[in-house]
Design a protein around this ligand. Structure first.
Ligand SMILES: Cc1cc2nc3c(=O)[nH]c(=O)nc-3n(C[C@H](O)[C@H](O)[C@H](O)COP(=O)(O)OP(=O)(O)OC[C@H]3O[C@@H](n4cnc5c(N)ncnc54)[C@H](O)[C@@H]3O)c2cc1C
Ligand code: SF4
Length: 329
């Protein structure tokens, strides 16, 4: 058994100084990190519990009309907050589609952003080949079971997907991640927070060593009247997405003024469908327009042995989500 030291941080300063020591990790709700530690996938030598830092908690209105979600806000509290439900129903739906009520009561905003892939080879150290867990060891999924894996943006090093539902909605909403660390505070646009695997699949995000997520900022709400989070999965609850779609529209009568679309379950990061968004601007939501636009989202898709079905599934899910967001379904 490995020895682990535990420290409860009272404030951000003490959390950051503790994080400067090698082998240290922050722990939020613990719903992902503890599982990974129990399985021997991650082996921190020191845990810094951040759940008693008041400055990381709470949901506050921003002067520009946006909303700040503290990194410690529990997923259930974020999903059920009146402002989130009214102004960002897309985010509320995405959160409520994830995990179970018990897990959402524990899971934090910061931890949800940082959760690791659900690739089963990553979770099982019995498989020596996993570049994400053991850089340079290979990728067991490429010639193995890869039904859940990526069809877009993958590399020969890793074909894993990001499992977070919340992150797909945040990508569509153009949220901003606020962090603080040894070099001070900085903000990271959501599109730049998660990474594609390239030749460093061990790195899921652009967070630097020792940096702490302090909050996620949502821009002023533009899509409250027309949005939909659609998650397609093997079971109706308690399952990760095969494909998910966060669709948000600004409508001018029957015409799309602007569209935001992000996909989950298809790539190593939430995947913004920029070409689809552009193809919808100025158009109505008739089925052939939607199908043409949805096809653009999967251009360049490179499926694995078991997951070519995701190409058609993603397109149908995009069409359905947009119809429901636009109230034409
Ligand atoms: C059975 C099961 C089913 C699930 N189903 C879904 C699902 O369908 N959809 C979905 O989206 N998720 C699902 N999840 C995952 C769940 O959402 C995550 O486990 C949870 O969001 C992680 O949050 P946490 O606070 O518990 O993180 P922790 O486990 O505490 O931490 C996770 C990681 O985040 C880091 N971290 C935490 N807070 C910070 C911070 N402020 N700054 C920097 N780093 C930080 C930790 O160091 C660690 O690396 C499921 C989990 C389980 C166990
Ligand atoms: S897909 Fe990524 S996480 Fe899964 S086995 Fe390959 S390298 Fe590891």
């Amino acid at each position: 058994m490995d020895a682990i030291s535990y420290q409860r941080a009272a404030d951000i300063g003490s959390a950051l100084s503790a994080a400067g020591q090698p082998g240290t990790m922050f722990i939020g709700g613990g719903t992902n990190l503890l599982d990974l530690m129990k399985g021997g996938v991650m082996r921190p030598v020191r845990l810094v519990d951040i759940t008693h830092i008041d400055a990381l908690d709470g949901i506050t209105a921003l002067p520009d009309g946006g909303l700040r979600l503290g990194a410690l806000v529990r997923n259930s509290d974020a999903a059920n907050h009146a402002w989130v439900r009214e102004r960002y129903p897309l985010l509320s739906q995405a959160l409520l589609s994830g995990a179970s009520a018990q897990l959402r009561n524990m899971a934090t905003v910061g931890g949800n952003l940082m959760q690791r892939t659900r690739c089963s080879y990553f979770y099982d150290p019995g498989f020596p080949q996993c570049n994400k867990r053991a850089p340079g060891s290979g990728c067991a999924a490429i010639d193995g079971m890869n039904r859940m894996h990526a069809i877009l943006g993958a590399s020969r090093q890793c074909i894993a997907t990001n499992p977070s539902d919340m992150s797909v909605a945040l990508a569509a909403l153009d949220a901003v991640v606020r962090v603080t660390g040894p070099n001070g505070e900085r903000t990271i646009p959501f599109a730049e927070f998660h990474r594609l695997p390239g030749d460093r699949p061990d790195l899921d995000t652009t967070l630097q060593a020792g940096e702490l997520i302090t909050s996620v900022d949502l821009p002023p709400p533009l899509f409250a009247d027309h949005s939909k989070y659609l998650k397609v999965r093997d079971r109706a609850s308690y399952a990760f997405a095969l494909v998910s779609v966060a669709a948000a529209l600004q409508m001018d009568g029957n015409t799309v003024k602007s569209a935001r679309i992000a996909l989950g379950g298809v790539a190593h990061k939430p995947w913004r469908a920029n070409a689809t968004e552009q193809a919808l601007a100025g158009k109505s939501l008739d089925k052939s327009t939607l199908q043409t636009a949805a096809a653009l989202a999967v251009q360049g898709a490179a499926p694995q042995r078991d997951n070519a079905f995701k190409i058609a599934l993603a397109q149908r899910a995009i069409v359905r989500a947009l119809q429901q967001a636009g109230g034409v379904a």
